[in-house]
Ligand binder design. Structure first.
Ligand SMILES: Cc1ncc(COP(=O)(O)O)c(C=O)c1O
Length: 370
């Protein structure tokens, strides 16, 4: 059976394994090397067989060629480093704030001439902003507002304008959403989240289909040295093997919790693309593969103070940043000075893990009542 016919749930288990054979191990070795015997890979900053295994797995899943990086942020930085000086970038006003800070830094130094921040769910507004732009940065769902972009429409519009489209696919993962199928040019990941899945690694990746772009990114990774450790890469590949069932369980738990939170008197508003009442549901249903991920944005009645009380009143849920791990965590996003001022003060981002959903609910409910 050809790989093209296999579903993501199978590919995530199968891709990037060593060649089968007598005495072949099922997993790639962790190759710790700063140099190799001369004439081939040469140097540890250039190539590593453990990276290659991870890159094959992620590339197969996304349908392109992957490059691993030291973090999601260095993956973002390397993609932005492909911009010619004086570029105009269109980006979601509610993208991951670290990405927006990188764009602001590039603008301060003149590398980026203009960053047009848009509501990425407002396709008309994004289309209008694309005129004369060079790069469209998209996230869907967005972090932390959970807005859903119309990815096929945006990719089409960008292509017509000659604008390169980057999709940060961290929240959905290739198991739920495959941006190349909509016409995206570049995919980035914070692998620290769902790909690794156990809150023990910082890692990132870029995936492209175009060979020239691949060579440009590879050349920058080699020269800048934003490389992942072989052990971290191994952990990420090991974590990825269970991505299918982790995201399935986290999505099912999130669906139940979002439905209950939506009716809770202590909650003002819930954003979760799986809720039929969510403004992004129709799009998410069309462009995600039947599940909606494990992240919920819930606005707590009573603003910052009530939200702070909530995140500090749970026992099963951990009060922590980040997401995509198997353990449920949450935080009030505006506790970060760098978070966008248009994110409500009382917005709590919940990362729903794989625990028993009723235990999660009881803990949340008692904290909300308190
Ligand atoms: C959507 C998104 N992209 C990129 C990043 C940056 O990734 P990293 O923390 O691995 O550098 C994050 C981190 O939170 C993120 O949520």
């Amino acid at each position: 059976m050809s790989e093209a016919k296999l579903s993501p749930a199978t590919l995530v288990v199968k891709a990037g394994r060593p060649e089968p054979g007598v005495d072949a191990p099922p997993n790639p070795p962790i190759v710790l090397a700063s140099a190799y015997g001369a004439g081939g890979m040469e140097y540890g900053r250039y190539e590593n067989p453990t990276w290659a295994a991870f890159e094959t797995a992620l590339g197969t899943l996304e349908g392109g060629r992957a490059l691993v990086f030291s973090s999601g942020s260095s993956a973002v930085a390397t993609v932005l480093d492909l911009l010619e000086p004086g570029a105009t970038v269109v980006a979601p006003r509610h993208a991951y704030h670290g990405t927006l800070h990188q764009l602001a830094d590039l603008q301060r130094t003149g590398r980026v001439k203009e960053t047009r921040l848009v509501d990425i769910a407002d396709t008309t507004a994004v289309n209008a902003a694309l005129t004369g732009a060079h790069l469209l940065w998209a996230e869907s769902p967005t972090n932390p507002a959970l807005e859903v972009a119309d990815l096929p429409a945006l990719c089409r519009a960008a292509k017509a304008e000659g604008v390169t489209t980057v999709v940060d696919n961290t929240f959905a993962t290739p198991v739920l959403q495959r941006p190349f199928e909509f016409g995206a040019d570049v995919i980035v990941h914070s692998g620290s989240k769902y790909l690794a899945g156990h809150s023990d690694v910082i890692i990132g990746a870029v995936v492209v289909q175009d060979d020239e772009r691949y060579d440009q990114l590879l050349a920058r990774r080699k020269s800048i040295g934003a490389i992942a450790g072989p052990f971290e890469t191994y952990l990420t590949l090991r974590g990825m093997r269970t991505l299918g069932i982790r995201i399935e369980r986290a999505s099912a738990n999130a669906m139940t919790l979002a439905t209950r939170l939506n009716e809770h008197p202590a909650i003002e508003r819930v954003r979760y693309p799986g809720l039929p009442s969510d403004p992004g549901h129709g799009r998410a249903k069309a462009q995600m593969s039947g599940a909606y991920g494990g992240i919920i944005a819930a606005e707590v009645r009573g603003g910052a103070e009530a939200a702070e009380r909530l995140v500090k009143s749970t026992q099963v849920w951990m009060y922590a940043t980040s997401l995509g791990g198997i353990e449920s965590t949450m935080e009030r996003r505006r506790r970060w000075a760098g978070e966008s001022a248009t994110i409500p003060e009382g917005l709590v981002r919940l990362n729903v893990g794989i625990e028993d959903v009723d235990d999660l609910w009881q803990d949340l409910d008692q904290a909300l009542r308190a």
